[in-house]
Structures are given as C-alpha cells and as structure tokens.
Design a protein around this ligand. Structure first.
Ligand SMILES: NC(=O)c1ccc[n+]([C@@H]2O[C@H](COP(=O)([O-])OP(=O)(O)OC[C@H]3O[C@@H](n4cnc5c(N)ncnc54)[C@H](OP(=O)(O)O)[C@@H]3O)[C@@H](O)[C@H]2O)c1
Length: 343
C-alpha cells in the first residue's frame, strides 16, 4: 500500500499541511455496526505507516470510545508516525447512556469542558483541529468559535474547523478567527456544496475535509441489497438505503463499476478519485476522509491516489452522476433539521 512520498495538501489559507487523504475513524466505534478493535488499531497503524497524517474523530463516537482507540493506536505506533499524526476532533453532541442523541451544546464553557475531556482521552497535549459537529441553534456561532479561539490562544488547540455549516455561517465564523477547514459531506451522490458553500469556502480561504465520499459505503462497490445491517446502523435509517431508493442508487453504482472496470480500478477508487479531482487550483482545498476500518479497505482507498481521471472519464462520470441524481436525502428528516448547511 506504500505511496511514498504520500501527497499532501494545505487546508485553506491558515490550516495545516495534511496528507491528501485523511482517515475517518468513526466507523471503528459507532454507526456502522460492530468493528474489530485489533483490526481498527492495525488500520490506524497501516494508515500512519502509509503516510496518512490526518485522523478524524468525534468525542461522541461511541461516547469517548473512538478517542481512546486513537490514544491506544498512537501510543503503540512508532514515534516518528505518532509525531506526524494530526487529530481532528468534533464535539458538541449530547448523548444518553442508551446511545441516543439529545441535542448540541456550543456554549463557551461547554466547549472548554469538552476539550478538557478530549485531551485526557486522546492522551495528547493539544488537538490539531477542533470543531463543533453541528452548530448549537441556541448559541451564536461567534461565541462557540470564540471559545475555540481562546483554546488556540492557550495552546490546547492548533486550528479551528467547522462542520456541516452553510455559507452564511462560514462568513460569520471566519469573521471571528481564521478557520482551517469545513468538514462536510461531498460525493458523487451528495453534491450540494457545489453551488454556494464550496465557492464561499474558497473565497474565504477555508479548506474542505469531505466525508461520506463513498456515501457511507453505498457507492463503495461492496454494498448490496442483501446486506444485513446491525441494529443501530446508521444505514438502517438513512433514506438512501431504503427500498426503491436503494435499488435506484445501487443501479447508479453499476454504471460506475463499468467506468472503473475500463480503467482497471475499483468502484471505491473511482468515487474517491472523483472527489480528489474536484480540488481547486494547486490541489489545495479538498481532502477526502475515508472511513476504512480494515486494512484491505484502507489499501483500496489509498489506491485512489494513483487513479488519474481524464476529461473523457470525468464526462462519463458526470453523465452518470449529475448533481441531484441520488434517490433519498442524505440524512433522516430529524437529522436534516440539524444541518445548517441545508438551510
Ligand atoms: N462532520 C460530520 O458530520 C461527519 C459525519 C459523518 C462522518 N464524518 C467523518 O468522516 C469519516 C468518513 O465518513 P464515512 O465513514 O461515513 O465515509 P465513507 O468512506 O463514505 O463510508 C465508510 C463506509 O464505506 C465502506 N467502505 C467500503 N469500501 C471502502 C474503502 N475502500 N475504503 C473506505 N470505506 C469503505 C466501509 O465499509 P465496511 O462496512 O466494510 O467497513 C464503511 O462502512 C468518518 O469516519 C468521520 O470521521 C463526519
């Protein structure tokens, strides 16, 4: 899997230099059914070994489980890899013992409380990028971002990020302090950021860490109608994975499979390479987060870096996946309501 030297990109005009792919660790603790702990750690080690430096997590992924997993992976990694690693942490979601989500808290005192716990769980003296997962509707974003700016001032956080916010909120946040990147869903099936959000991020010098580039596995080439989902798996509630929507969306994947086959690459590699191809001038601004939790999936994802899409490939992909082609929204209605980016 070694891709040396691993390509890097800068997140926006103020953000850190990171590997051109980040590893999203969420699925190792939550939302996609059981994950194997030893394989999760081995996957993080393999990512670091390959040259991936950006590890994305959230304090609420398994209520601290994901941060503790990253702690263990970093502690047991070779020192050189550990020193290169950058943590990107989301906070703000309120959970119940049973695993429910009950809202978001972006009050300044809460931000500093969340950060204190995250630093303990991660076992690090700073977080590289810190962001609220969803803006708290009861707290002006200026106050939440201002609190992170104070953490930056104190040396506990290096950069400020945002997650799933729209253009107006991007501007309000960027007026408070430099923002390194917006984390937001972006894939062949989720192109909503192209009209307004991405141009605004570019105008403000804010990078994008794109999640769901495989649409949570739907366009990975490995998902099928008969896949059994564990209770609580996000995909069991996601509109895109239901009934007729799933049939339509998996039909699109077959077109992608043909394009991939002609190039001798996999469906997942084409889907990730397409997101990489959307980066702006000098390849600075879009870094896909891949949600691999097994070493074989990681190797496949890293292989996307070697996939060059020419104008004919891009035209064929565009014809098959015009904006809005997906059947079903990207979140259930109650979760769509929390997305500032959709209002
Ligand atoms: N800011 C936000 O609101 C937000 C929301 C969601 C996620 N995120 C972050 O973004 C990261 C990525 O999101 P995601 O996990 O939903 O994205 P994703 O990469 O679209 O989906 C991951 C899913 O794809 C499957 N998959 C199949 N082939 C794969 C391959 N070659 N490489 C990687 N995955 C493959 C995985 O499969 P298996 O079932 O085989 O493991 C997993 O179920 C998360 O880990 C999290 O850190 C942020």
């Amino acid at each position: 899997m070694t891709t040396r030297p691993f390509p890097t990109r800068t997140l926006g005009s103020s953000g850190p230099r990171v590997s051109a792919l980040g590893l999203g660790c969420m699925g190792m603790s939550a939302l996609y059914g059981d994950a194997d702990r030893a394989e999760s750690i081995a996957t993080i080690h393999a990512a670091l070994d390959a040259g991936i430096t950006l590890l994305d997590t959230g304090d609420f992924y398994g209520m601290g489980h994901n941060e503790l997993l990253i702690n263990e992976a970093l502690r047991t990694a070779p020192a050189a890899a550990r020193e290169q690693a950058l943590t990107s942490v989301k906070f703000g979601a309120l959970r119940t013992v049973e695993g429910g989500f009950t809202g978001y808290d972006g009050r300044p005192a809460a931000v500093k409380n969340f950060a204190a716990y995250s630093l303990q769980r991660l076992g690090t003296d700073h977080i590289d990028i810190y962001r609220i997962a969803r803006v708290d509707p009861d707290v002006p974003v200026e106050e939440t971002v201002g609190a992170i700016a104070e953490l930056v001032e104190a040396g506990h956080v290096r950069h400020i990020g945002l997650s799933e916010v729209g253009a107006r909120t991007l501007r309000r946040a960027a007026a408070v302090a430099p923002v390194s990147d917006l984390q937001i869903e972006y894939s062949l099936l989720s192109r909503g950021i192209e009209d307004e959000i991405l141009p605004t991020a570019r105008e403000l010098g804010i990078g994008v860490t794109a999640y769901g580039v495989l649409s949570r596995g739907l366009i990975s080439g490995h998902f099928s109608h008969d896949r059994e989902l564990a209770p609580g798996d996000f995909r069991g509630m996601s509109p895109r994975f239901q009934g007729e929507n799933l049939r339509h969306n998996l039909g699109l994947v077959e077109t992608l499979r043909k394009i991939a086959g002609q190039k001798g690459v996999t469906v997942a590699q084409i889907a990730i390479a397409w997101v990489l191809s959307r980066a702006g001038r000098h390849d600075v601004d879009i870094v896909p987060l891949v949600g691999a939790r097994r070493r074989d999936r990681l190797a496949e994802a890293v292989g996307a870096l070697g996939v060059a899409l020419d104008a004919d490939d891009l035209a064929a992909i565009e014809a098959a996946f015009p904006a809005g082609v997906a059947a079903g929204e990207r979140y259930p209605a109650n979760q769509m309501a929390h997305l500032d980016s959709e209002h």
